[in-house]
Design a protein around this ligand. Sequence first.
Ligand code: NAD
Length: 313
Amino acid sequence: MKALVTGGAGFIGSHLVDKLLQRGYQVRIIDNLSSGKIENISHVLNKVEFMKGDLKIKDDALKAVVNVDVIFHFAANPEVRVSTTDPEIHFNENVVATFNLLEAMRKKDVKRLVFASSSTVYGEPEEIPVDENAPIKPVSVYGASKAACENLIHAYTKLYGIKAIILRYANVVGPRLRHGIVHDMIIKIKQNNEELEVLGDGTQIRSYVYIDDAIEAILTAHEKTITDFEVYNVANEDWITVDEVVKTILNTLGTERRIIHKPVLHGVGWPGDVKKIALKIDKLKNLGWKPKMNSKEAIKNTTKALIKELGLP
Ligand code: NAD
């Protein structure tokens, strides 16, 4: 099988490339290197076809999909916070890029797609955890852009015979991560010996899934789904507060800081941030997938990996 990984030089995409190669796939990557890095794929550059290109450019999307059997669409701007201050970025990087990719698939007759969506499509559910049938009510432009992509993909499965899988991720963490709470906390701890600013009141609830489990989820869903369109939550079986995440990072680093909470609105970190989100994962578990690491272990292992990568003491 020949696979195209969009965003293949990014965090999740590069780990997926490693796994696809191990499984014997031929791999092409398209990445504009906006947040991704060549270092993430330098160890496999002689085994993959790397195309520096931008999915916002129709011609790049068309070239990227030629002769591929399946597309893993992971290119996006993953920074939820940016979508509040600059919504157009997410409209372009997520919606326009996904539309161009779907059009390229239609024109070049590519029939299989796996899309990296997000738990942010659920917004602020009244009760957690939510299953895949919960209402789609995003409260960030990022979440809205992912929901728009999901809907476009659904229409393309109905109209053009494309088979698609939507993976709604909670927080994915692991080596090569360069955004989100674990990365940001480590940088802040390095910069200030006394205080540590934490966005929100610290009681926000999230689930964290380790990268190896997240990649296994992609392949399980891809290899075992037989229907034309299926949505799966990808998260952990547990969930923890932001304060617990911070404590785990500090304990792993063997250091202490005075915590300064910076809440806005109802205690979240920024407008568009969600106070509590956790996902039911029974649907994917029924296909045989199960996370091997819980949320705290995922945070701990990611902290250890990032210390090495970022060259911290
Ligand atoms: P990342 O920033 O490391 O990877 C995204 C990659 O896409 C980068 O390599 C970037 O250079 C590339 N890219 C961005 N715009 C592009 C464009 N227009 N054309 C070509 N390449 C482009 O982020 P990540 O954490 O690996 O996220 C991967 C996917 O998973 C994203 O779609 C993200 O929204 C989704 N997701 C991630 C998480 C998470 O916790 N990391 C959670 C939910 C969903």
